[in-house]
Write a protein that binds this ligand. Structure first.
Ligand SMILES: [Zn+2]
Length: 458
């Protein structure tokens, strides 16, 4: 770290460590209420503006605070199953109201929740208990084309995507209007360590992100990268993944690239010279996450074995979904998501098996990699099995289910319970990170990005 960064970073960390603790994540109504309270209490400081409407009719609102001339854009809920950012957005707005120093030089534009429809479908777990079994049973992740993060226009080789949703279109309009110097897309993971994506290599920034992570006692995620195309800029800090890079990689494996989603919000913002950051944070950590000790099993063997195990679970989900699909309502977000994810996910085991063939047989998997690969199977089946289960049981609860859905619902519940029991045994080994630390890291990383981008510009 250079001495020039010590001053700002120190004060950023002090701010971040003052984030108060909380026992839940806010739902759509609480996010709006908290931000609207600030407007009521500080009408002279905050400008509130409606920037769009969700597909189900919820208003999408942006709150702008600070003097500029630089514009910063912070948006939460691009993946509505990732609620840490809801608190980060609220905390940033609260601190901006309370602290004139923070308001100087930058105008912060904060979108508390860009996908309220999706967030409402996750509210079942936002109040806890915070174990993985409960969380993933009430979890909803939109179909790729319906994720605000990945539904920006995309044209590359044979791929063409222009089905931009109203929520993403609202964000596009804001980006075009503000041309922000920095943007922070608020995401999070579930289990693992902390890692980051940034669109541009900024002098000293990797060290600062590491210092922020360490100051909260959180491990960096040094295991299996989320995507094989992610180019590391340093440990657990990657260059932002682009849809084009993922396309090329899939093609290089001799497989057909997925064409059901678009570019990311960061890719869109780049036309304005915006530097974007994502800070990925987990609710739970495990001692294996940053354990680089080699195991006695080659990496390629672990990869191939886990691919086979995941393939078996996905086949079971596909079979149940195909049998039940004629009886499920097509206007359900859960059904649309399942219909989009399963055909896409079933290709992953094959992709991993091909990747395994390219790996050096002499390279042993680290403890972190072996744990990470095992956990992908666990996480996938709990997530997507939970969504299918809710779709079927929801149809039954509506009181209009055709007879064939009942045995499918029972079978899915039974299978899901087995997966939950397996995951529950691991729950004991997990450490739950206090929510205030998660928010603190994201908040600090957001402020640090602003300083790093400014240093670069000067
Ligand atoms: Zn995400």
């Amino acid at each position: 770290m250079t001495s020039a960064t010590n001053g700002p970073l120190q004060s950023i960390l002090e701010r971040a460590h003052r984030v108060p603790d909380t026992d839940h994540f806010p739902g759509v109504d609480e996010i709006a209420a908290r931000l609207d309270d600030l407007v009521s209490n500080h009408p002279d400081l905050i400008a509130k503006r409606r920037i769009g409407t969700s597909r189900l009719g919820e208003p999408i609102t942006m709150y702008s605070i600070g003097t500029g001339p630089d514009q910063a854009l912070v948006y939460a809920g691009v993946h509505p199953n990732e609620p840490i950012g809801f608190w980060t957005a609220i905390r940033l707005a609260e601190e901006l109201c309370a602290d004139e120093e923070l308001r100087k030089q930058t105008r912060w534009n904060i979108i508390g929740c860009i996908d309220p429809d999706g967030a409402r479908l996750n509210e079942g777990w936002f109040a806890g208990p915070f174990n993985r079994v409960h969380c993933l049973e009430h979890f909803y992740r939109p179909a790729p084309a319906e994720q605000v993060e990945w539904s920006f226009p995309f044209q590359y080789k044979d791929a063409y995507f222009d089905q931009v949703m109203p929520e993403a279109f609202a964000l596009m309009r804001v980006m075009d209007e503000l041309k922000p110097a920095i943007a922070v897309s608020l995401h999070n993971t579930e289990l693992g360590g902390v890692y980051y994506y940034v669109t541009k290599e900024l002098e000293g920034f990797v060290d600062e992100l590491h210092a922020i992570t360490a100051s909260f006692g959180l491990p960096l995620d040094l295991g299996e990268a989320e995507s094989p195309v992610a180019r590391p800029l340093g440990p657990a800090v990657y260059e932002m993944i682009s849809a084009a890079a993922t396309y090329d990689y899939t093609e290089s494996l001799g497989m057909t690239p997925y064409s059901g989603s678009g570019a990311s919000s960061a890719e869109y913002a780049q036309r304005h010279g915006t530097v974007s950051l994502i800070a990925e944070l987990p609710y739970w950590t495990h001692p294996a996450i940053d354990d680089q000790t080699p195991t006695d099993v080659p990496y390629r063997e672990v990869l191939a074995a886990k691919a086979d195990a995941l393939g078996k679970d996905l086949d079971a989900l596909v079979e149940i979904f195909e049998a039940g699909r004629p009886y499920l309502s097509g206007d359900s977000q859960l059904v649309r998501a399942t219909a989009a994810f399963l055909p896409y996910l079933v290709k992953r085991p094959e992709r991993d098996r091909r990747r395994a063939e390219q790996e050096d047989p002499a390279r042993m998997a680290t403890v972190a990699e072996a744990f990470g690969l095992t956990d992908i199977q666990r996480s996938f089946r709990l997530r997507f099995g939970g969504m299918l289960l809710r779709a079927i049981e929801g149809e039954i609860a509506r009181g209009s289910a055709a007879a064939p859905l009942h045995p499918l619902g029972r079978r899915m519940r039974e299978l899901y319970r087995e997966w939950q029991d397996e995951a529950a045994s691991l729950d004991q080994e997990l450490r739950t990170v206090p929510i205030k630390h998660l928010v603190g890291v994201q908040y600090a990383a957001t402020l640090a990005l602003l300083y790093a981008a400014r240093r670069e510009a000067n």
